[in-house]
Every structure is written in C-alpha cells, then in structure tokens.
Design a protein around this ligand. Sequence first.
Ligand code: NAD
Length: 431
Amino acid sequence: MVIEMDLAQRRAQHDVETAEHLFDVAVEQFDIAADVLGLEDNMRRVLRHCQRELTVHFPVEMDDGSVQVFTGHRVQHNDGPGPTKGGIRYHQSVTLAEVKALAMWMTWKCAVVGLPFGGAKGGVQVNPKLLSGSELQNLTRRYTAELAHMIGPTKDIPAPDVNTNPQIMAWIMDTYSMHEGHSVPGVVTGKPLVLGGSEGRAEATGRGCVFAIQEAAKVVKLNLQRAPVVVQGFGNAGSVAARLMAQLGAPVVGVSDSRGGIHNPAGLDLTAVQRHKDRTGSVVGFPEAENVSNEDLLVLDCDVLIPAAMEGQITEDNANFIKARVIAEAANGPTSPEADRILHDRGVFMVPDILANAGGVTVSYFEWVQALQAFPWKEEEVNHRLQDIMARAFAAVHGTAERYGVHMRTAALVRGIARVAEFTRLRGIYP
Ligand code: NAD
C-alpha cells in the first residue's frame, strides 16, 4: 500500500512537471520546423505566442455544503484560419503551460488536415473521479459561464478531451444556450447524438489514428494482419484504436490505463477487457493476461505502439528500448524532443500527434457543419470523408518529409505552420 502510494505520488509529480514544461516543448518543435521553412523573424514572433489566455478561479458548491474554488483555463492560440477549436480537459495536473501547448498544437493540427479553424484548448485542474455527478455538473456549468464571453459557434468551439465526455458537452451547450436565450448546438462538438452530435464522433480519434496507421504500414511495408499492437491508455481514443486494429486482424497484445497495464502475447480479447474495466474500473487484473506497469508496457514486443493517454510518456530514458516499428500518437505530446531524435535515428516510423489524432477534430468539424446546416449525415459518409482527409493529409506530410529530408513530426509542423503563416500574411496586422 505504501509502495502504491509512493508510485501514485511520483506519477502525479511527473505529470505536473511534464505539464509545466509542455509549452517549451511545443515552442522547440515550432522553432525546428520554422528553421526548415526559413520562416521570417516577424512571423516567428507572432506564431510563437498564444493570442488569448484566460485563467479563472471559480467557486463550486459541493454536496456537503462546502464551497471549493477550482482553477480553469481557456487559451486561443491563433484565430487566423477561422474560429478556434479545441477540447476541454479535466485533470489534476492541468496547468496554463500545458493548455497553451495543446492550443498551439491544435492550430497546426487543424491546418495539417485543412480545416477552417485555429487552435484552442481548455482545462480545469480537478480529479473528476473524486466528484459526484451533481458536483461535476455544477463545476462544468460554472466554468462554462466563466468562458461564455469567449466561446461561441463563430468564435471558439470546445470539444471533449481527457476525462470529459458527451454529457459534459451537453451541459456546456445548455449553459451557453441559457446565456444566449436560445439553443446554440454549434457551440460545442462531441455532443450526444440526440442533441445534434455527429455519427462517428465518439470513435473519430481512434478511427482516424487507425487510418493513419494503415497509410504508415504501406510506407514501411508492414502487414497489419500479423502486427502485434500495444495501446497505452484505454479511454476514448485508445480503446477505439485498439478495437479497430483488432478488426484489421492485428493482435492487440497490451493495453493500459492510469492504474497500469496488461499483456498477453497471444492477443487480448478486447470485448472481455472492456467488460472487466466496466466492472472493476481498470484493465488491471484482467484474468487472461499478465499485469505490467505502464513503463514496461511501452517497451513490450510489438510492431505498432499507440500512446493514447497523457503527454511526456516517451522520453530519452525509454526511447532506446521501444521495439515498435511504427508509433502513432493518438495522445497529444506523448514524445519528448530528445526521444524524437533517438527514435528517428533508430528508424522508428513516427505518425505525430497533429496528424495521428486529427480524426477527432475533423469529425468535430463535420459536426459543426451539420449543426450550422441542421442536416445530419450518415455514419458511412462521416467515416468515408474522414478516411479521405486522413489519407490525403498523410500523403502530403510524408511527401514533405521526403522533400525536406526531415522526420514526420517536423514535416507535419512545416505543413501546418506554412498554412497558418499564409493566412497571417494575407490578413496582415490590424491596425
Ligand atoms: P480519456 O479520458 O477517454 O482516456 C484517457 C485514458 O488514459 C484513460 O484510460 C486513463 O486511465 C488513461 N491514462 C491516464 N493517465 C495515464 C498514464 N499515466 N498511463 C497510462 N494510461 C493513463 O481521454 P481521451 O479523450 O481518450 O484522450 C487521450 C489522449 O488523446 C489525450 O492526449 C488527448 O488529448 C488525446 N486526444 C483525444 C481526442 C478526443 O477526441 N477525445 C482527440 C485528439 C486527441
């Protein structure tokens, strides 16, 4: 028990330190790509900054009658390409620096897949698992009220991220609509279907990631039907990616969540794993597998590794021991710049976050379009358009990597930054 506490505390400490440095990582990546592009100094100065950063400290009445004050952020990195877009995260390690990094990555991500959005992100420093349903609702509604002046369907459109879900999006939509005096379904994406959510949105991040992996497999000549897969983080993005990889015939040999991982070299029965997680709250202890730590999970024998949890997981400490031939970052920022260099030198093919997990924001864009038109699409149409966008974005990024002789992350950033710089140049500076 004492050892478990110690581990949990060390992980929490690691999460906070990682979050604190994340914006430095985002700027370092930006600088590398800006050098490749030969971006002019004036433009660098503009794009290195986030345009708007809001921090709020807001009260929430708890079930026991006490009042707790929570800290939340919303950051809009750049609205040159259009309204800003980005998820809202509830996590105990949320910091302003982390939210700024995630907002900047959203700008490049939207540009890589050609969406008419800039990037934003939001977060509240809270462990939502410690709140009751009504406390979670109160927190969400008050946080939304604090943001109400800066969000909106033509301004900034939130979506789900770590520990937020369609129900939370419904509360955000309802609270914003109360303030406006009429229903505004386009203010958030990732809503429940009946409230104007899109078919395929819940699976979009995992599905888009798998489309990207299929393209990467063609490049490295990997037969996915026999390729062992490991997924870190069995949540929204990770569990869907795992299930779809298994549907392609790839044995998923390891998965994990915040409490630890499980490993079965013969392949896991994912339906049974999901049932076990629904019953016990974790994948750990699944009877037909061996328990492993999250650290060991990352270095298991596999061909495809999908980090789908938090940032700062693949570092210079473990990059040399990773066995995967392809890494597809369903999570945002799981790999440090040092680890990037090591993996590139070792010939590991990286599908970077701003490409690999762009399926989520792409189908969020479809949902926003459907809300504006009040005209829902069929799931096949959503998935077909998603596949088309992911395949075209992958080909464009891969072409850029070959042209400049850089790895896939830098290539994706080069494409994203070049597009946003073009918007910025054309729009000019007001006044
Ligand atoms: P989620 O809350 O549904 O799932 C996160 C999972 O990661 C959970 O199973 C949790 O237990 C696990 N986890 C947390 N800390 C961990 C750790 N240290 N080690 C191993 N597992 C851990 O969140 P999600 O929406 O699936 O988001 C996961 C990642 O994907 C995040 O980086 C997020 O920014 C990114 N992402 C999500 C979306 C989306 O549409 N949901 C879109 C793009 C990117």
